[in-house]
Design a protein around this ligand. Structure first.
Ligand code: AMP
Length: 568
């Protein structure tokens, strides 16, 4: 784990911040003294687990303490909620009920507090990264999560683009590069070209539902099936502890074999995993990695041989099986010089500096693309309805504004319905509905022509303008509410729900985090080791009761190291 430096330079103007709001971990970085630097959280780590838990006293815990409670208190804890951004999913945590964006807001709020503690001044704006393949709705929800956390989004930057920016600044030597970004929950492929000061994104594709968590889940299911158990047959605590053990197995297995031993449901069990079995369990997931790569190269009109370099981003690219697949697909080894966990946050902070025209970076110009096709539902002739007519094609350079002409279907028509879709399939039923709205028509007794203009900005947000040519009537619509979208009432309710929450005090987090880790370790261990951990738990509670700050921090450090050594 990387520590951020502890002596900040005083900041005169508004700090230039970049946030990587990840499925598994989130990070915050600041542009300072001509470079991007990571900011450590209250427990001294730069990776803050994107996990939220409601403590027994009703207060909200974010980060490592919450992650430890995922095992001990699964009913009061939520993780990987970014995967549900833009959906109607609700998370029940004890007596609370949260939307994915409210949980994301709690993570953002915690990062904001860390930045304020480090910089010694209030923080109100940041560049936030999102998966390139995030839909319009998912982007809007991210902006709303930031608003809930009291942050204005200066810009949403696509994660691979942020990574490319950090690499570009660091190396300044690549030309045509493919960024392969496999995080906890999403997969993005971006092809870009550096001709410094210009960084030009040529194509971005991906899969919003493929990430490292799917590799863990596939192992979990195979293991349960070998033991003739089901997900439903295990108590939530036992399931959470098995999930932990499988996650560790995934990280440890490398290119060899391992045997998992587990007794979380009161019965001693073993599971042997070798490479042949691993490959067969992961084959369907590894196959899904190929399609977006092929599409990105085709859209960028490049063959694998024409790429100058390959960059791996995201924690899941640490898996040797992924590195081998990439090496095989491209016939060369990927470039892995920078830390795949931290690169996106550093790039986002660089983008913040770029936007603010910081002297060290103002030369750099970044162009990005719209990663998916946007269009409307239309009819072809009398018979065929539900066809998809593209207006902005995927991988068009943004910002962009494109117009397409349509006609009303009959002279008596009183209303035109504009249904906006995103996707690559010829029929709208197979694409994602972004928004739909109706515009009244002024009757002219004739079929009318209308120009539909789509304007897509650098944050990936869309506006639709419709002009009726015969009457000159104009209608402007910014897409801020999709069929699953938020109306102002829902937004207000979220604001009120969060305002009522009690956030665990930041100063008390290091102690609370150690207690949560000790409890998890006690739960996961047996026999002598459990007795030992139990004695540590009692000893630390006694030291806390003594209220001697120096003694508390000495013990905390000692016990954290002891837990690290035991790998808890
Ligand atoms: P990110 O969202 O980029 O932080 O990626 C998190 C994902 O990376 C999670 O699914 C982790 O399980 C995975 N991951 C992190 N480190 C490793 C590792 N050493 N081996 C395998 N997967 C890892």
């Amino acid at each position: 784990m990387q520590d951020a430096s502890s002596s900040p330079t005083p900041v005169e103007s508004a700090p230039l911040l970049g946030i990587d709001l990840g499925t598994t971990n989130s990070l915050i970085a600041v542009w300072q003294d001509g470079k991007a630097q990571l900011i450590a959280n209250a427990v001294g780590e730069v990776l803050t687990p994107s996990v939220v838990s409601v403590d027994e006293d009703g207060s909200i815990l974010v980060g490592s303490a919450a992650r430890a409670r995922l095992t001990t208190h699964p009913h009061r804890t939520a993780a990987a909620f970014k995967r549900f951004m833009g959906s109607d999913k609700r998370f029940e945590l004890g007596e609370h009920r949260f939307t994915p964006e409210e949980l994301s807001a709690l993570v953002l709020g915690s990062l904001k507090q860390d930045a304020e503690a480090y910089l010694g001044c209030p923080v109100s704006e940041a560049v936030i990264s999102v998966p390139a393949y995030f839909s319009d709705e998912q982007r809007k929800r991210t902006v709303f999560a930031a608003e809930l956390a009291g942050l204005k989004v200066q810009r949403l930057i696509n994660e691979p683009t942020a990574a490319a920016m950090a690499y570009g600044l660091h190396e300044q030597k690549f030309e045509r590069t493919l960024v392969f970004d496999l995080g906890g929950g999403t997969f993005d492929v971006t092809v870009l070209e550096y001709a410094l000061p210009l960084i030009e994104v040529h194509a971005s594709t991906g899969d919003n539902y493929l990430g490292g968590e799917d590799f863990t889940d596939a192992l979990l299911k195979a293991c349960l099936s070998d033991w003739q158990l089901t997900l439903e047959s295990l108590e939530p605590q036992a399931l959470a502890s098995l999930h932990d053990a499988i996650e560790q197995l995934k990280r440890d297995i490398g290119e060899g074999s391992l045997t998992l031993t587990w007794n979380g449901d009161g019965q001693a069990r073993e599971w042997l995993l070798d490479q042949a079995r691993l490959q067969s369990i992961w084959a369907p997931l590894l196959a899904r990695v190929r399609t977006p790569i092929e599409q990105a190269l085709r859209d960028a009109r490049l063959s694998p041989r024409e790429l100058d370099s390959l960059v791996l981003v995201g924690g899941a690219t640490r898996m040797p099986q992924i590195q081998q697949l990439v090496a095989k697909l491209f016939g060369r080894l990927p470039y892995r010089h920078l830390d795949p966990d931290t690169i996106v946050a550093l790039g986002a902070a660089s983008q913040a500096a770029c936007k603010a025209r910081d002297a060290a970076i103002d030369e750099l110009i970044l162009t990005d693309v719209c990663p998916y096709t946007l269009g409307v539902a239309s009819s072809r002739g009398e018979e065929v309805s539900g066809a998809f007519t593209p207006i902005i094609e995927r991988n068009t350079v943004i910002p962009t504004s494109r117009v397409q002409r349509f006609y009303s279907t009959h002279p008596e028509q009183k209303v035109v319905r504009i249904a906006v879709y995103q996707g690559e399939r010829p029929w709208v039923r197979d694409n994602i509905l972004v928004d739909s709205f109706e515009i009244p028509l002024q009757p002219t007794g004739q079929v009318q022509s209308l120009d539909v203009r789509f304007s897509y900005d650098i944050n990936g947000l869309l506006e639709v303008d419709v002009t009726f040519l015969e009457t000159g009537h104009k209608h402007s619509h910014s897409i801020d509410r999709s069929p699953t979208g938020l109306d102002s009432e829902a937004r207000q309710a979220s604001h009120e729900r969060l305002a009522r929450l009690k956030i665990h005090p930041r100063d008390a987090l290091p102690n609370r985090t150690l207690l949560a880790r000790l409890e998890r370790a006690w739960m996961q261990s047996l026999g002598d080791e459990r007795d030992l951990i139990g004695s540590w738990l009692d000893a630390f509670n006694a030291v806390l009761a003594g209220q001697q700050a120096a003694e508390i921090s000495r013990q905390r450090l000692q016990l954290s190291q002891a837990l690290d050594e035991l790998r808890y």
